[in-house]
Structure formats: structure tokens, C-alpha cells
Write a protein that binds this ligand. Structure first.
Ligand code: D5M
Ligand code: FE
Ligand code: ZN
Length: 455
């Protein structure tokens, strides 16, 4: 088991090297409240993520959903000094040539041409306007980054007929901020608290890395021989599991051939057995992934109680939905499984499945967990779009891609939590190389991530 630091990357702040932990074990509250979502734990406050998913089944549901998305993200945009005074698509004058405009809209379509020029349709509630990106490389680069269904502000000039020649794009983005830190001794000490972040355990799969996962749980229990790692484990108060706890059944065709455990109840029983080996000092927060026993749409409610009864009965386990916002020890965590990364990564320039944290940074810039509609991620058309990133988190956690990676963007710790599953047949055939058995562990006082390898 080794601790390492992630590589530095463009526009990211490299994380500093691990510091030795030498101080005594902190005292941890042993209160065991009844199971979540209503559970009240010391140091934990649920902001959102336990709500039922409400869709009304009306023809107008999607219109209302996209209106909610547009309103929420345009409010975020309008709070920016460089966007204030922007007009709506409807207000763009169509008779005046070279009139300067600043317009907020949702990208309703995007066409790329061979010469590198891009034409998008920007839409709001009242109308739409065609925007052309051409000539200047910088402006074409911004057009390449535009995702369909995201809300942005375009600066440009009108041409005849009400079309706009783009000069710049402003994304809602997140403000620069100092990283949230809570006072604690300079090294470790009684005040130091860690959160271990993981996901994609895939219990029940033939490719579940049982021995590695056992080593991880052993480390959490404080069984490490390495004094520094042992100290770190004993200071770890939280374990967040960001979906795909089990492999499930019937998730993809012929999955039964790749399952060790064919019964989903049994898979959750085994999962609960693992979690039950953890000491009471560790609070466990679990959200669903696309392999869990849950409805497949995003937002997703917590894993169905019927399948995971034992987990629900455990006082140190909180079962939440996707996405969830939780304040942990003074830091705000935004937790999602990250299914939309499958949709966003192929469209995002400079992003790949090898570094999902880069795409997560782009989601922060778009202020949305699943900007693209109509690809692999099914969205539930709720009256209020809960996938808008309204509150800027201190930690943004996702998994799903099976590649662990950490970045820092504008003071936010961006973490993809990897997996406990080795390469599957599908992943082999499509060239996906997982990075299993590595766990990002966050020092919640210093807001610094350590990557622990359990292979
Ligand atoms: O997904 C793990 C990763 O592998 C994620 O990036 C999607 C990809 N994946 C896995 N199976 C498939 C299929 N059948 N089609 C497309 N993409 C796939 P996980 O959620 O763990 O299955
Ligand atoms: Fe997974
Ligand atoms: Zn997944």
C-alpha cells in the first residue's frame, strides 16, 4: 500500500506531497442514530439528495424542466459582472448590421463544418438566434467546447437577418475562491479528520477485486503496519461510496456470464457484511450508480430499501440519492455517480476517459451535472432541475468511469474515485483501461487529497 500524489495538469494546482501523520488518535463521537436519510450525525448535514424524484407525467414536463434549467443557469450567469445587461435571444435586433450583442441562451443545436466554423442555435423561452463561430482560432476553440443543452452567454455582432457572428463565449463557471479549510494542528492531531472516497465496488462481478477491497477495509479498521497510514485510518471518520456498490443483475445483455453472485439481494447482503466490519467511528454515505437496484433516471433516489435492508438498518450508514449535497465536517461535498461523463467526455476537447477529473472540471464550468440531454444518461424531467450546480462545493466527487483521478479547480477538490473492478470484457473491447484499487483520501482540515493504493 503506497501513498502518491496526482500529476499536475494544465490549469490545475498540483497537490502537495503527503505529510507524515504523527499525532494521537482523535476522539470520535460514537452516537449511532437510526438510519438515514433522516439521520443526524455529528459533523454531517444533508443539504439535498434524499428527496423523492417527482415527475408529473404531463406532456409539458420536459418544457418545464428545460425552463427551470435555463432560469437557474441564466441567473448564475447574470450574477457575473461580464454578463450583466445581457439580452435574451428574442431581443437580438434582426435589421441592424454589426450591432454588438450579448445574449444568454441554451444551445439547442450545434453544427460543425469542414472549415472549422461552427453554427449553433441559442434558444430561450421567447425565441432563438443563430450564432456563427468562424475565422479566429480562439473563438472556434470556444465553439468546440460548447455542449448541446448547456446555457451560456455569447458576445458578438449581428449580421443581416438577425444572425450573430460570435466573438466570445462566457460559461457560468465558478468563482475563484480560497479553499475551505478548518483550523487544525499543522500536521495531524486530534482535530484532523479524513474522508475516504470510493465507488464502483461491483460486488457480485467475477472481476470484483475482493482481495484489494479487503485490504482497503482492513486499512480503514486500522490494521495497517505502516504507522503513518494507520494514523491516517484512525483519523478517517467518513467513507463515501459514489455508486455501483454491487454489479446488479440484468444491467447489460448476458451479464449473467460475468457474475459470481447471480442474486442482487445476495450481492447487497455481501455488501452489508463488508460494511459491517467497519468500526462505528466510520460514517458511510452511499449513493446509487447505474448498476444499483434503483430507477435508472437522474436524479436517482437512494437504492431501494427492499434490496439493501441490512444497509438501511445500520446506524453508521446513510443511503442517499444521486446527486447529493452533504456538508461533512464543514466542507460541502457534491456527490454524483458520474454517469453523464460517458456523454460529456466524447464531446469535450482535451478530455478523455483516462482523466475523468478534467471532464468533471468542465461540468463545474457548465454548472450542470448532466448538460447533454438525449445521450446515454436518462434524465427525469422534474419541475425543478436538481442537476444544476447551484451551490459551489468544496469537494466534487464522481466515479463511474473506473479511473481514479484528482484535480483542483478554482479552490474545488475534484475527485474521481476509481473502482474495485478489473477490466471487464466490454472495457477490453472498447479500449477502456480502469485504474482499480486506488482510493483518494481527503484531509478535511487541509483540504488535501492523498491517493492510497491497495493493489
Ligand atoms: O461503467 C464503467 C465504464 O465503462 C463507464 O465509463 C461506461 C463503460 N461501459 C461499461 N459497460 C458499457 C457498455 N455496455 N456500453 C457502453 N459503455 C460501457 P459501469 O457503470 O461500471 O458499467
Ligand atoms: Fe461502475
Ligand atoms: Zn457506473
Amino acid at each position: 500500500m503506497t501513498a502518491s500524489t496526482p500529476p499536475a495538469a494544465e490549469a490545475w494546482v498540483p497537490l502537495p506531497p503527503s505529510q507524515p501523520l504523527t499525532s494521537p488518535i482523535p476522539s470520535v463521537s460514537a452516537s449511532t442514530q437510526p438510519c438515514a436519510p433522516s439521520a443526524a450525525w455529528e459533523g454531517v448535514r444533508l443539504v439535498s439528495g434524499a428527496e423523492a424524484v417527482t415527475i408529473r407525467g404531463k406532456a409539458s414536463d420536459f418544457r418545464d424542466y428545460f425552463r427551470s434549467r435555463f432560469e437557474a443557469i441564466s441567473s448564475i450567469l447574470r450574477a457575473r459582472a461580464d454578463v450583466s445587461g445581457a439580452s435574451t435571444a428574442f431581443q437580438v435586433p434582426d435589421g441592424i448590421k454589426w450591432h454588438k450583442v450579448k445574449v444568454i441562451g441554451m444551445v439547442s443545436s450545434k453544427k460543425e463544418y469542414r472549415d472549422g466554423s461552427v453554427v449553433v442555435e441559442l434558444e430561450d423561452e421567447e425565441g432563438s438566434v443563430k450564432v456563427t463561430f468562424r475565422g479566429d482560432e480562439a473563438v472556434k476553440k470556444k465553439a468546440a467546447r460548447l455542449l448541446v443543452d448547456e446555457v451560456v452567454c455569447v458576445l458578438g455582432a449581428t449580421r443581416n437577418g438577425g444572425t450573430v457572428i460570435a466573438e466570445d463565449v462566457i460559461w457560468p463557471d465558478i468563482p475563484y475562491r480560497a479553499r475551505q479549510r478548518t483550523p487544525a494542528p499543522p500536521e495531524s492531531g486530534p482535530g484532523h479528520v479524513y474522508a475516504a472516497l470510493t465507488s464502483d465496488v461491483h460486488i457480485g462481478s467475477k472481476t470484483f477485486l475482493e482481495d484489494d477491497f479487503d485490504r482497503f477495509l482492513g486499512w480503514l479498521r486500522g490494521e495497517s503496519d505502516d504507522a503513518r497510514l494507520k494514523e491516517m485510518a484512525l483519523h478517517t471518520k467518513y467513507l463515501v461510496i459514489a455508486g455501483d456498490l454491487v454489479d446488479g443483475v440484468g444491467i447489460y445483455p448476458n451479464q449473467e456470464d460475468e457474475l459470481d453472485v447471480q442474486d442482487v439481494y445476495e450481492q447487497y447482503r455481501i455488501a452489508a457484511e463488508y460494511i459491517a466490519t467497519l468500526p462505528d467511528r466510520i460514517r458511510v454515505i452511499i449513493i446509487p450508480g447505474n448498476h444499483d437496484a434503483c430507477r435508472p433516471t437522474l436524479p436517482t433516489p437512494p437504492i431501494y430499501r427492499e434490496y439493501a435492508a441490512r444497509l438501511y438498518s445500520m446506524g453508521n450508514v446513510m443511503m442517499l440519492g444521486d446527486p447529493s449535497v452533504v456538508d461533512i465536517n464543514g466542507s460541502t461535498f457534491l456527490v454524483t455517480h458520474g454517469r453523464s461523463l460517458d456523454d460529456a467526455i466524447p464531446f469535450l476537447p482535451d478530455c478523455s476517459f483516462r482523466e475523468p477529473q478534467r471532464a468533471m472540471v468542465e461540468l463545474l464550468k457548465s454548472r450542470h451535472i448532466a448538460p447533454i440531454y438525449g445521450e446515454k444518461t436518462p434524465l427525469a424531467p422534474e419541475p425543478k432541475d436538481r442537476l444544476v450546480i447551484e451551490r459551489v462545493p468544496d469537494v466534487f466527487l464522481a466515479g463511474h468511469v473506473h479511473v481514479e483521478g484528482v484535480a483542483e479547480y478554482r479552490g474545488v477538490l475534484v475527485v474521481n474515485s476509481g473502482t474495485w473492478q478489473s477490466q471487464t470484457k466490454y472495457q477490453l473491447s472498447s479500449g477502456i483501461v480502469p485504474k482499480p484499487s486506488v482510493v483518494p483520501v481527503v484531509d478535511l482540515n487541509a483540504m488535501r487529497a492523498y491517493e492510497l493504493n491497495f493493489t
